[in-house]
Design a protein around this ligand. Structure first.
Ligand code: GAL
Length: 386
């Protein structure tokens, strides 16, 4: 009786194992194929797991899209880099395969990218001269909140990585921006200026914080990258206590700064920058500064990356336009093979459970050369053919 019982238990177990293996393979065979975007909904990858690539950016390489983003974890604290920067690939922009961690946060307590630091808004570009992929991201050192304001760089010979960490920068140490050159030699600022007063605003405009950080390099928080048609690359970042965006030229191998930079909308309080080019014009989409909470997006246009930049106001229209449909910009993706097809990529942050953050992808259309973003519950790439 006992033996029988044991046999029964053993065979039942075998059946259960066989069944569950069958079910598993069946599940992966029937992984949901997406053929549309549903902004704000859970977006499953090809393993049926919610995509984990926040504050991301995309590179198109050898016929495939690669999406890099912050790998978040569950619960409070899940915004710090406990895992690193993840990568996904796709042929069609709807279905994404997890390519694993491209740059892992380190176990070494002496590393700048030790687990628990902040690694945000990663972007990858390809350098033709060196045949190398270059990854930049916003770095905050462990235990220092957002005080370090650095940008980190890593390279790899393979688009998906693993990337080798090279180090971090405070950009453009010892350089004035283009517009401040020749004006700063004898410039003095009062040391007791109260924030937000007219005198303080005037001083910010005239380079108060650029001067403060001249020797050690400028602050670099929210960032993006942009490669122009001539192969020149730019690092665009929130600087000067998040008050002013800087557009900085990268060197020939894209791993450092040349010292040439311009200040965009001094005192304008812009972050989450995204830049794209259309019909020879440069467009910027950015957010205001309210941390994880959404605010109204801003847009701007210029005929040269060096400006002058003209403000175009909020590109969003319709319900919740003043909150960017509860999202914050991270990238604008030009769709391959389609004319005038650009996708606004934003994050709907969930700071209490960061891994649950959602992706808000919406088509951008142009009215009188001005970008316009409208909400769609569901849409697909055919929208660009109409
Ligand atoms: C946002 C920024 C995010 C993250 C967050 C932290 O303003 O865009 O990338 O840094 O602040 O509070």
């Amino acid at each position: 009786m006992r033996i029988n019982n044991r046999n029964f238990t053993f065979s039942t177990l075998l059946v259960i194992i066989a069944l569950s293996m069958g079910l598993c393979s069946c599940q992966s065979q029937t992984a949901i194929m997406h053929s549309s975007f549903t902004p704000g909904e859970i977006w499953l990858d090809t393993d049926s797991v919610h995509i984990n690539a926040h504050g991301g950016g995309i590179i198109f390489d050898n016929g495939k899209y690669y999406w890099f983003g912050e790998h978040k974890t569950a619960g409070r604290g899940g915004n710090s880099a406990l895992v690193g920067i993840g990568c996904y690939s796709s042929d069609d922009l709807y279905n994404w395969e997890n390519e694993g961690i491209a740059l892992a946060s380190a176990n070494d307590p002496d590393s700048e990218i030790v687990k628990g630091c902040v690694m945000e808004r990663p972007k990858v570009i390809y350098n033709e001269k060196t045949d190398t992929y270059v990854l930049w991201f916003h770095l905050e050192l462990k235990g220092q909140g957002y005080a370090a304001a650095r940008t980190g760089v890593a390279t790899s010979k393979n688009v998906t990585g693993p990337y080798t960490y090279l180090g971090s920068h405070r950009p453009n140490a010892g350089h004035w921006s283009i517009e401040l050159q020749g004006k700063m030699d004898n410039k003095e600022f009062a040391s007791d200026l109260e924030w937000w007063t007219p005198d303080w605003r005037k001083a910010v405009n005239e380079g108060l914080f650029v001067k403060r950080d001249f020797e050690k390099g400028q602050m670099s928080r929210d960032m993006t990258l942009f490669v122009d048609d001539d192969g020149k690359a730019y690092h665009i970042h929130s600087s000067e206590e998040n008050l002013t965006l800087h557009i900085s030229e990268l060197n020939d191998d894209y791993t450092g700064f040349t010292g040439k930079y311009t200040r965009l909308f001094p005192g304008g309080h812009n972050e989450a920058p995204a830049i794209f080019k259309r019909n020879g014009n440069y467009y910027l989409i950015a957010s205001g500064c309210t941390g994880w909470d959404p605010n109204a997006a801003r847009s701007a246009v210029a005929t040269s990356i060096w400006g002058p930049w003209e403000s175009l106001g909020n590109p969003c229209i319709g319900k919740d336009a003043e909150l960017t449909f509860h999202s914050q910009s991270t990238y604008v993706l030009p769709v391959q093979g389609k004319k005038d097809a650009y996708i606004y990529m934003g994050d709907r942050w969930r700071p209490r459970n960061p891994i649950d953050g959602r992706y808000i992808w919406l088509p951008i259309r142009f009215e009188n050369e001005k970008p316009v973003i409208e909400w769609h519950d569901e849409w697909d790439l055919n929208i660009f053919d109409n």
